[in-house]
Every structure is written in structure tokens, then in C-alpha cells.
Design a binder for this molecule. Structure first.
Ligand code: PMP
Length: 435
């Protein structure tokens, strides 16, 4: 039913007084989520929401998934200790599974506590391996909030400092929503981007690596045509430049057709380095890096991560991954995601503000524009977010310099009935924009 009461005023005041101003909050009246189950969460007023965003934020599989809760409780009751210095059985077991699933030959896995740290480690490896502090990144990308990852992030709305420990060059390829690139065919688009890359490489010392999200997450769920990274790979190989695939949002089957986002560029083979985080712990903080042993082992002194690989998070990851594979949630993402995209495209055809419904699996973006124009419409995106919330549905937003895309990423156990319910609430929210 419709959302009632808003008990968060007092907590919001305290939040504002003690936390940083730049800690982003959704909604004019931010939500305090108090509990969840399956694909639903509840707020402090007892309102129930269908959660079409938590799947990317944290909860890949389902809220309060009993199998994961049990694994966490059992491990927490046994031992919570340093993840390194002593042998750690759950860490070894999860590393074995991830290494095997990664597609990277002779893979080594290092666990961290976040996607930021995973990318930091990938950058450390690539720069050390190649003795270069120059990085290629994609326009409109997002890779984290540490000094190095902020420095390479192409989406400047998420780069709170212009300073950087790395020298970064930005490559075309992530965004084709607007501008001259949007009008090219897939093949011409790839050719133009490859030419751009060749041009960049021709005028620099060889960079350490190209880092890219196969589908840009924060950037609004935009993906390049399949095959772009295969084409890039050939150019990079000529110069010995590594390819880092940031799978923090695209990993574990979310895109439906593939287990990893890089597989949409199959011809290129696996990346040299792969990073992951977010949902693999179903809400517990797990990040990590996978690389060939030769690259992983290029560092020449000891390192540990005090909390990365903590037995409790590893137990959660193992239980979550087991559930994901046993229930073929990648297949569910493909089937239910495919249906959801169709439903949303049907709605979009009737709402002038919708410029494009895009995505794959349960990673769906809706691009909004001022009707009849190409102009991004962040106000419309904000209005739809509020209207959906009032109707009992949580979604995300994102995009480039203007936040004009809606982001839909439910937990991977989403049912057909829930997809239909969510699409219907979104339809009302989109129609409330008028024409
Ligand atoms: N890479 C990508 C593609 C991301 O979307 C994010 C988080 N939005 C990160 C890295 C950083 O992950 P974390 O917030 O866990 O540090």
C-alpha cells in the first residue's frame, strides 16, 4: 500500500550533525530500513517496499536468506579472528571456488573488505608489474572512493578531488547515450573507440593497465556493444598493457547471459585481473582480486588484510555462492530480467520522458530525457524515484554528469509476480511525470 508516516526526522537531524555532508542519502525524507526478507524491506514506520536496488548495493541473493544467516551465526559462534597469519579454512575454500569460476588460468585470489580496496589492489599489482603509474580508464566510470580509485574514476560527479597518485587517460567506450557516438552503428562505434585508444597509446609511455566496468554501474547501467573489449584487448596486447575488469556490479550472473561481464566480449578471453565485491557476501563485506599467479606474485614484500577474508564473511560468501549456483540464479536473472525489460519497454513506449530502456539480466537502466529532446533530465529521475517510493518500490539512479537514469537491480531471486508488481508501480511513477 501507499507509504505512511515518516519517523526519520529525528534520526536525520542526528545523522546530519555527525556524519559528512557528502555521504549521499536518497529521498527528501530518507528511509531508515529496519528489516528485510526475500525481495522486501521494511522502514521504521512499518512500510513495506519491494527492493529493486538492494541487489546491487549489497543483497545479491535475498534479504535475510536463511542459509547465509545460519552460516554467519555458526561461524561467529565458533571463531572471529584475524583472516591471515593463521590458516583460514573458509578463506581457502572460497578462494578455490572463485579461482575456478573466474576463468583466469593459474589464478590467485586476494580478499579485501570492499570494491574500492579490490580496485586499489588491482592498481597496485598492475603498476608494480608494469613499472608504470599510468592508467587507462573509461569515461563515465566509477571505481571507488580511495585516493587512487577516485583519481581514476571518470565520472567526475563521484570524484571529490582533482588530485591523483596515478596519471590517468580516459578512453571512449562506456557511454553512447548522447552525442556523436550515439548515432554510430555498433561496428562503427567499436572502430571509433579503437581508433581513439590507438591514438592515446601512440602519444604516451606504455600505461600499466586499462580498467573498465563491462556494464557501467554508477554510470547508469550503460554497456558498450559486445566485442568492444575484445577489440581493445588486441590493441592493448601489442603494447603489453593489462586489462582489469571491474566486476563489482556485473559479476556472479547478474547480467543473465554471462557469469561475468567480460564474457560478453568472449573472443578476448579472460581479463588479466578481475575485481569483485558487493553482493558476493549477500551483505557481508567481501571484496577481492583475481589475477594470474605471475601478476599476483609480482609484489616483493609481505602484505595482509586484517579483515579481508574474515572467517565470518567467507562463510557468508560460501553459503551465498552455493545457493546462487544450486538455484541457477544466473538463469533466473536471464528469464525474469528478460521479462522485466519487456514489461518496462512496453511502458516506456507510452511515456515520452523515457528515452531508452537498456540492460541485460537483472541490471536494467531507464534513461530519461526532456520530452522531444536529447537533454538529460535529472529532475525527472529524482521525481520518479520519489513516486516509486511512495508506491512501495525502491529503485536507484545514476548516469553521467547528469543523473538522469533509473537503475533497477533487484536481488537475483526475484519472482515473475514481483517483476510484474514492480513494473506496474514503475509505470504509475513514470506516468506521474506527465508528458
Ligand atoms: N567498482 C564499481 C564498479 C562499483 O560500482 C563500486 C561501488 N559502487 C566500487 C567499485 C566500489 O566498491 P565499494 O563501495 O565496495 O568500495
Amino acid at each position: 500500500g501507499p507509504v505512511t508516516g515518516l519517523a526519520t526526522g529525528e534520526l536525520l537531524g542526528r545523522h546530519r550533525a555527525v556524519l559528512p555532508d557528502w555521504l549521499a542519502l536518497y529521498y527528501a525524507d530518507p528511509i531508515e530500513i529496519t528489516h528485510g526478507e526475500g525481495r522486501h524491506v521494511w522502514d521504521a514506520d512499518g512500510n513495506r517496499y519491494l527492493d529493486f536496488f538492494g541487489g546491487i548495493l549489497t543483497t545479491m541473493t535475498a534479504h535475510a536468506l536463511p542459509e547465509v544467516t545460519k552460516a554467519i551465526a555458526e561461524q561467529a559462534g565458533r571463531i572471529v579472528h584475524s583472516s591471515t597469519l593463521y590458516l583460514n579454512r573458509p578463506m581457502v575454500e572460497l578462494a578455490e571456488r572463485v579461482a575456478q569460476l573466474s576463468g583466469i588460468p593459474d589464478a590467485r585470489v586476494f580478499f579485501t573488505t570492499s570494491g574500492t580496496e579490490a580496485n586499489d589492489t588491482a592498481l597496485l599489482l598492475a603498476t608494480a608489474y608494469r613499472s608504470s603509474n599510468q592508467i587507462l580508464a573509461m569515461r563515465n566510470s566509477y571505481h571507488g572512493r580511495s585516493f587512487s580509485t577516485v583519481g581514476i574514476t571518470g565520472n567526475k560527479g563521484w570524484s571529490p578531488t582533482g588530485l591523483s597518485p596515478l596519471q590517468t587517460l580516459y578512453v571512449h567506450g562506456g557511454v553512447r547515450t548522447r552525442g556523436p557516438y550515439a548515432r554510430l552503428s555498433d561496428a562503427d562505434f567499436i572502430a571509433a573507440c579503437v581508433e581513439d585508444l590507438r591514438d592515446l597509446l601512440g602519444h604516451t609511455r606504455p600505461p600499466a593497465a586499462l580498467i573498465a566496468e563491462p556494464v557501467q554501474g554508477v554510470g547508469g547501467f550503460t554497456s558498450p556493444p559486445d566485442g568492444l573489449y575484445a577489440a581493445f584487448r588486441e590493441v592493448l596486447r601489442e603494447r603489453g598493457v593489462l586489462w582489469i575488469s571491474d566486476e563489482v556490479q556485473t559479476g556472479w550472473g547478474r547480467t543473465g547471459d554471462h557469469f561475468w561481464g567480460w564474457q560478453a566480449h568472449g573472443r578476448s578471453g579472460p581479463p588479466d585481473i578481475l575485481t569483485f565485491a558487493k553482493g558476493i557476501g549477500n551483505g557481508m563485506s567481501i571484496g577481492g582480486v583475481v589475477a594470474r599467479a605471475e601478476i599476483m606474485n609480482c609484489l616483493d614484500s609481505n602484505s595482509i588484510s586484517t579483515f579481508g577474508g574474515s572467517p565470518v564473511t567467507m562463510a557468508a560468501g560460501l553459503a551465498n555462492l552455493t545457493y546462487l549456483l544450486e538455484h541457477d540464479l544466473q538463469g533466473n536473472a536471464r528469464r525474469v530480467g528478460g521479462l522485466l525489460i519487456e514489461l518496462l519497454r512496453a511502458v516506456a513506449a507510452q511515456v515520452p520522458a523515457v528515452r531508452e530502456v537498456r540492460g541485460r539480466g537483472l541490471m536494467i537502466g531507464i534513461e530519461l530525457a526532456r520530452p522531444g529532446t536529447d537533454e538529460a533530465d535529472p529532475d525527472a529521475a529524482a521525481a520518479v524515484l520519489e513516486a516509486a517510493r511512495a508506491g512501495g518500490l525502491l529503485i536507484g539512479k545514476g548516469g553521467g554528469h547528469d543523473t538522469s537514469a533509473l537503475r533497477i537491480a533487484p536481488p537475483l531471486t526475484l519472482t515473475v509476480a514481483e517483476a510484474e508488481e514492480g513494473a506496474s508501480i514503475l509505470e504509475d511513477a513514470l506516468r506521474s511525470l506527465g508528458s
